[in-house]
Design a protein around this ligand. Structure first.
Ligand code: UD1
Length: 416
C-alpha cells in the first residue's frame, strides 16, 4: 500500500547484482572445493538458486550475506520442472553440470509474462562444444565427455544472449582446447562471471567484448568473490529520485555500468552527478520527453524500461519507448493507464503522452521490473495505490519498501 505523492530524499545503498550472483552461484558447481560469495542479496531468486543447488546435493550455507557453497560428494544432474518453472535462471546449472560431469538434465522453462523466451542459443552453445542434446519428457538432456572447444556465433533475432553466453562459458572452461564465442553478450554481469571463473582458475579473454576466448583447463578450484553492484536496482532508485522530484544519493553503485541510463535521466531534465561508486540524482520539474530504445549492453537496459515508462508518464510532452529485447514487455503500461497515464502500445513501441499527475489505484504486477515501475508510480501519484502480486518484486529487490520508506515514501507491505 502506497500513499502519494511524496518527494524522496536521502542516501541509499545499492545491493549486489542479482543477475551477477545467480550465474556465479551456479558456477560453484564447477569445483568440488568450497566457494565463498560475499554480499549476496537476500532475494527470492537467490533463495530459489540455493534451493536448486541443495536439491542437486550441494551444501549451501548462508550467514548474513555470505554464502558458502560446496559441491563436493555426490552431485545430482537434474534440475526439476518444479524449480525451473519458478525461475528461468535455473537454466544456469546446465553449463556447469555438463562441463564438470558430462551430463545434465534441465527442465525446459515454460512461458513468461514478458514474451517468448527460447533457449535455442544455450543449446547451440553447448552443441558447438560437442554435447549431444535431446529433448526428453519436457527436459533437455545434454551429454558429452569430454567437451571439446569450439567456435560458435551466439546471436539471436534480438541480438546476443546474456544467459546463453554465460552458460556456454561455464560449459567451456573445463573443455579440451579453445572455445571462441562470437556475438557474446557484453553485459557487466557476464564480465563478472568471467571474473569469478578466472578466480577459480579458468582462462578467459575478451569478456566484455563480442568475442570471448576460453582455453579449457583440467580443473577449477574454490574462490572467494564479491560480485558487482546491481545497476538495475541503482537505476530504479535513480528513477525514484526523478519521478518524485526528489534528491537521492545512491551509494555503492557503479556509474560506469550505467552510462546510457544516466544519459536518459539527464535528457529528462534530472541532474545527475556521477562519482566514484555513487550517483546523486535530483529533479525539480516534470520530466522532459525522451526517446529511448532498449538494446543489449551498453545500450539502454530492458530491465529499466518499465521504470522509465512510469517516469515519462509524468512528462510534459510525448515520449517514445521502444522495447527491442523482449517481445511483450509492456504489461505495466496497461496498469499505469489505470492510474491515469496515457500510453499507447503499438507492437514494440509505447507512445507516452505525459500527464501532470497520475492517481492512485489498485494495480497488478506482471513481472519483476513491472512491479518496481508500479511502486514508483504509486509513490509519485496522488492518493492510494495498492500493488498486488508483489512476490514479483521480492524476486529481485531486497526489502524495496524499507529502502523507499527510509527515504520518505509512505509505503507499507500488507499481508492478507
Ligand atoms: C538476462 C537477465 C534479464 C535481462 C536480460 C536482457 C538474468 C538472470 N536475467 O536474461 O534480467 O532482462 O538478460 O538483458 O541475468 N534469446 C533467444 N534464444 C536464447 C536465449 C535468448 O532467442 O536461447 C533471446 C531472448 O528471447 C531475448 C534476447 O535473446 O529476446 C535476450 O535474452 P537474454 O539476454 O538471453 O536474456 P536472459 O539471459 O534470459
Amino acid at each position: 500500500m502506497i500513499h502519494g505523492p511524496t518527494r524522496l530524499e536521502g542516501s541509499v545503498p545499492t545491493a549486489t547484482a542479482k543477475n551477477a550472483v545467480l550465474p556465479i552461484l551456479a558456477a560453484c558447481l564447477l569445483t568440488e572445493e568450497p566457494c565463498i560469495i560475499r554480499d549476496v542479496p537476500l532475494l527470492e531468486d537467490v533463495r530459489t538458486m540455493a534451493k536448486l543447488l541443495r536439491s542437486l546435493g550441494v551444501a549451501v550455507e548462508l550467514r548474513k550475506h555470505t554464502m558458502r557453497i560446496s559441491a563436493a560428494g555426490n552431485i545430482e544432474r537434474t534440475a526439476t520442472y518444479d524449480i525451473v518453472r519458478k525461475m528461468r535462471a535455473s537454466y544456469y546449472v546446465l553449463g556447469p553440470l555438463l562441463g564438470r560431469f558430462g551430463d545434465a538434465r534441465v527442465s525446459l522453462p515454460g512461458g513468461c509474462a514478458i514474451g517468448p523466451r527460447p533457449v535455442d542459443l544455450h543449446l547451440k552453445g553447448i552443441a558447438a562444444l560437442g554435447a549431444e542434446v535431446n529433448l526428453e519428457h519436457g527436459y533437455i538432456h545434454a551429454t558429452g565427455r569430454p567437451l571439446r572447444g569450439g567456435t560458435m556465433l551466439l546471436e539471436g533475432a534480438s541480438g546476443p544472449s546474456v544467459g546463453a553466453t554465460a552458460n556456454t562459458m561455464m560449459a567451456a572452461v573445463l573443455a579440451d582446447g579453445e572455445t571462441v564465442i562470437e556475438a557474446a553478450a557484453c553485459e557487466p554481469e557476464v564480465v563478472d562471471l568471467a571474473g569469478f571463473l578466472t578466480a577459480m582458475g579458468a582462462k578467459i579473454e575478451g569478456h566484455g567484448t563480442p568475442v570471448v576466448r576460453i582455453r579449457g583447463v583440467k580443473r577449477l578450484h574454490g574462490a572467494d568473490y564479491r560480485p558487482i553492484p546491481d545497476r538495475i536496482e541503482a537505476g530504479t532508485l535513480a528513477v525514484a529520485a526523478a519521478i518524485t522530484r526528489g534528491n537521492l544519493e545512491i551509494t555503492g553503485c557503479e556509474p560506469e555500468h550505467m552510462v546510457s541510463v544516466v544519459d536518459r535521466l539527464r535528457q529528462s531534465g534530472a541532474t545527475v552527478e556521477a562519482g566514484k561508486r555513487r550517483l546523486v540524482v535530483s529533479a525539480e520539474r516534470r520530466p522532459a520527453p525522451v526517446t529511448l530504445a532498449t538494446a543489449p549492453y551498453p545500450g539502454f537496459p530492458t530491465d529499466l524500461q518499465a521504470q522509465f515508462t512510469a517516469l515519462l508518464s509524468f512528462g510534459h510532452g510525448t515520449s517514445v519507448v521502444t522495447e527491442n529485447v523482449f517481445e511483450a514487455r509492456f504489461l505495466h503500461a496497461l496498469e499505469l493507464n489505470r492510474m491515469g497515464a496515457k500510453i499507447d502500445i503499438n507492437g514494440r513501441t509505447a507512445v507516452i503522452q505525459g500527464m501532470e499527475y497520475l492517481s492512485g489505484a489498485q494495480v497488478m504486477a506482471s513481472d519483476l521490473r513491472a512491479s518496481a515501475a508500479l511502486v514508483l508510480a504509486g509513490i509519485a501519484a496522488r492518493g492510494e495505490t495498492e500493488v498486488q502480486r508483489i512476490y514479483h518484486l521480492d524476486r529481485g529487490y531486497e526489502s524495496l519498501e524499507q529502502k523507499l520508506g527510509a527515504l520518505g515514501a509512505k509505503i507499507e507491505r500488507v499481508s492478507y
